[in-house]
Design a protein around this ligand. Structure first.
Ligand code: FES
Length: 164
């Protein structure tokens, strides 16, 4: 929080006469419009992880072909898998339907299927098949993450990718 914003916030938090109701309500309305950084002194940002960075996720040899691998990084559950073509994919390890771990699912080509009710996800995290249902909402998706393989490691970029 910059100094001007801090001074503005402190000014608004100074006690005001109880009978000055209109001013109190006006101040509260103004305070509601503040960013969370202004309200919490930047504490939220200080507590968050750096997301725009590559993190070592796992040794390359630990990712077997067409076998979902479950892991947690930055407090988030992630599933990583390697397809028969050698491509690597990473998605949020929590099905959009009933939050079952996707890592308990099955690889199907470039896709992964949640085995609880059978939704099929593409590598972008979108649901592309729902057993017994033709219409699929565009909202039916999970986060996807970029992954690369370098120097015997699998690296993951924890900022969710667009479209996933
Ligand atoms: S929990 Fe995944 S399809 Fe129902």
């Amino acid at each position: 929080m910059n100094e001007a914003a801090r001074n503005q916030l402190l000014t608004k938090m100074l006690p005001v006469p109880n009978n000055d109701r209109a001013r109190i309500e006006g101040d509260w309305d103004d305070l509601q419009g503040f960013s969370s950084e202004a309200r919490y002194g930047g504490l939220e940002n200080a507590m968050s992880y750096v997301r725009n960075a590559w993190y070592v996720a796992v040794w390359s040899h630990e990712i077997k072909t067409e076998t979902p691998f479950a892991m947690a990084i930055l407090g988030e559950r992630v599933v990583i898998w390697r397809t028969a073509s050698g491509a690597l994919h990473a998605l949020e390890d929590r099905c959009v339907h009933r939050l079952a771990p996707m890592s308990l699912g099955r690889c199907e080509g470039e896709h992964i299927r949640c085995m609880y009710h059978g939704m099929l996800f593409n590598p972008d995290g979108r649901v592309v098949e729902i057993p017994g249902q033709d219409i699929i909402s565009k909202q039916a998706r999970v986060q996807r993450y970029a992954v690369v393989e370098r120097h015997s490691w699998i690296w993951i970029w924890m900022e969710p990718r667009a479209g996933g």
